[in-house]
Ligand binder design. Structure first.
Ligand SMILES: CC(C)(COP(=O)(O)OP(=O)(O)OC[C@H]1O[C@@H](n2cnc3c(N)ncnc32)[C@H](O[C@H]2O[C@H](COP(=O)(O)OP(=O)(O)OP(=O)(O)O)[C@@H](O)[C@H]2O)[C@@H]1O)[C@@H](O)C(=O)NCCC(=O)NCCS
Ligand SMILES: Nc1ncnc2[nH]cnc12
Length: 263
């Protein structure tokens, strides 16, 4: 049992987002040394975007405090999430930096505040429940996620949450006690190997996603440190040549860091 400090928990979510973007190098993604496969984003834009989300997260935490995980709460955080998306687009001049993160971290902070717990299993079970509830006010505009769902039956960001973030669990249980740079590199690659990232598929195809996952899992399996592994260079070249970016994995990486540093 924890006693939630609204502002502090929201700040932890923002810190996790800033940590994620500065963690380097991350093939395909924006980091401190490269803009990855992006021409409209850089690290400063992500910092501004992360800061714009503080009040939205704080509001989600406030409305969720000791509330049941029901449709009323799902719709309330959906409403706040849509405002947070608007604030993000305003801060970034229309660039989609953190849409997936608003969803993933929003669900996490809401469940933590609702259940007043820092127990990982309880939190993930709560996310599974809350994300499966229907928000009838959700906007009907066609998203990239909908396109890849129709074309390839991939469940994307919604599916990750509805599974109780199984891939975040996998990443966190990898060398569970360790907090070294190489462990976090490997956790990133555990996500790259397992998540069906709809951003990658939208920009390319299923075969490219599968090749990206295969290259990533080979690096995880090797005992050579990630940064010294020649296969890591191959993965960097692959993301560049295919112009792909695992933005969904980036959000789940931030969520993993957030959960690991909750207490
Ligand atoms: C339920 C929603 C998540 C909407 O989902 P849907 O799939 O319909 O919507 P998308 O517009 O496709 O956005 C989903 C974002 O989720 C990230 N993502 C993708 N795949 C996965 C995955 N397998 N697991 C987890 N997360 C995933 C991804 O966000 C990240 O990438 C974005 C940047 O990428 P980029 O390549 O630049 O993409 P674009 O600019 O879009 O395209 P290009 O032209 O460049 O190719 C960045 O946002 C990252 O965060 C997807 O973008 C949910 O959003 C929803 O219902 N919202 C309504 C309000 C609400 O309820 N909010 C939450 C309250 S808790
Ligand atoms: N570092 C990053 N690069 C590109 N897209 C992202 N979405 C969330 N974090 C990202």
């Amino acid at each position: 049992m924890i006693e939630t400090n609204y502002l502090q928990l929201a700040q932890q979510a923002v810190i996790a987002l800033k940590w994620e973007v500065s963690f380097s190098p991350k093939p395909g993604l924006v980091d401190a040394i490269s803009n990855g496969s992006h021409t409209d984003m850089n690290i400063d834009l992500f910092y501004r975007s992360a800061d714009s989300l503080l009040s939205g997260f704080e509001e989600m935490i406030r409305v969720s405090y000791q509330q049941p995980l029901d449709v009323k709460l799902r719709e309330e955080i959906g409403r706040i999430g849509r405002i947070a998306e608007k604030n993000m687009f305003k801060a970034t001049n229309g660039v989609n930096t953190h849409k997936g993160a608003i969803w993933s971290l929003g669900l996490l902070v809401s469940v933590i505040s609702s259940l007043q717990t820092d127990d990982l299993e309880q939190i993930l079970t709560g996310v599974k429940k809350l994300s499966r509830l229907q928000d009838k006010f959700v906007t009907k505009t066609k998203t990239h996620g909908m396109v890849t769902q129709q074309k390839y039956a991939l469940t994307g960001a919604k599916g990750e949450a509805q599974s109780g973030f199984v891939n975040v669990s996998k990443a966190l249980s990898f060398q569970a006690e360790s907090d070294t740079y190489d462990t976090w590199m490997r956790r990133l690659l555990v996500l790259y190997s397992n998540v069906n990232d709809t951003n990658i598929v939208y920009r390319s195809n299923l075969q490219t996603l599968q090749e990206f996952q295969r290259l990533s899992s080979e690096i995880v399996r090797s005992s050579t440190s990630v940064i010294d592994n020649p296969q890591f260079k191959t993965l960097q070249t692959f993301t560049k040549e295919k112009n792909i970016s695992p933005g969904g994995c980036a959000d789940l990486f931030a969520a993993s860091y957030f959960l690991k540093h909750l207490n």
